[in-house]
Design a protein around this ligand. Structure first.
Ligand code: ADP
Ligand code: ADP
Length: 216
């Protein structure tokens, strides 16, 4: 049966970084809703136009748009073995929709690692985050620098700082996380799916904790 993992935690804890590594190591697809929205914005699709103003302000994109996008993504052939969901679900409505989507696929959620770091670390991480234009690969000026400044190690494309990573927007995104997403922690704890992961460690150590959590 296919395997589905949800990486839960506030912005900046390392979900995207870890999802990319886990996808490579497990063969599961990496499904990042933030990255899917950014691709749609780049390609000026109808969805991109609708999503852009919410993302720019650090608000969540409405549930119906987000759920439809994820549903379509999970039906792609590369998700056949399952997926690492990075940034979805982010609301209780999305969590219910995720259950329904996976049930339709004859599957269910297998694990929800919840990555935790202190808030000041989040701010430091997001203020130094650089993202690649082509595929959304993630770097940090101090903690995970690219070999060549401003260039993605993986595909040679330009690195840029996300417009929603500026300080005021980051602070708002953390508040949006607390208000709208953090209730999912108790929801998944009650379901018995949640495992707490210490995100304030070296990238490799976090990966190891995640792999242990997924295997058990
Ligand atoms: P999220 O997807 O949860 O928002 P990211 O994976 O984009 O988080 O990571 C946020 C920033 O922190 C990036 O610049 C990334 O390079 C950096 N980062 C990720 N994991 C670690 C870690 N374990 N230690 C230090 N920096 C990290
Ligand atoms: P981060 O890695 O910093 O947590 P993401 O790249 O996951 O940020 O998301 C960037 C933005 O895209 C969010 O602030 C939000 O506006 C939008 N977004 C991403 N995922 C969702 C979702 N599941 N529901 C609603 N909006 C989302």
């Amino acid at each position: 049966m296919a395997t589905y993992i949800v990486l839960l935690g506030p912005p900046g804890v390392g979900k995207g970084t870890q999802a990319e590594i886990l996808a490579e190591q497990t063969g599961l697809a990496h499904v990042s809703t933030g990255e899917l929205f950014r691709e749609n914005i780049k390609n000026k699709t109808e969805l991109g136009v609708l999503a852009e103003s919410f993302i720019h302000k650090g608000e969540l994109v409405p549930d119906n748009l987000t759920i439809a996008m994820v549903k379509e993504r999970l039906s792609c052939p590369d998700c056949g073995e399952g997926a690492i969901l990075d940034g979805f679900p982010r609301t209780p409505v999305q969590a219910e929709a995720a259950n329904a989507m996976l049930a339709d696929l004859g599957a269910q959620l297998n694990a929800v690692p919840y990555i935790i770091v202190p808030e000041e670390v989040i701010i430091r991480r997001l203020s130094g985050r650089w993202t690649c234009r082509e595929h959304g690969h993630i770097f940090h000026t101090l903690f995970n620098p690219p070999v060549k400044e401003g260039i993605c190690d993986h595909d040679g494309s330009e690195l840029y700082q996300r417009d929603d990573d500026k300080l005021e927007t980051v602070k708002h995104r953390i508040q949006v996380y607390i208000d709208r997403t953090s209730p999912l922690v108790e929801y998944y704890r009650t379901n018995g799916l949640l495992t707490e992961i210490r995100g304030d460690q070296e990238i490799e150590q976090v990966t190891q904790e995640l792999l242990d959590a997924i295997k058990s």
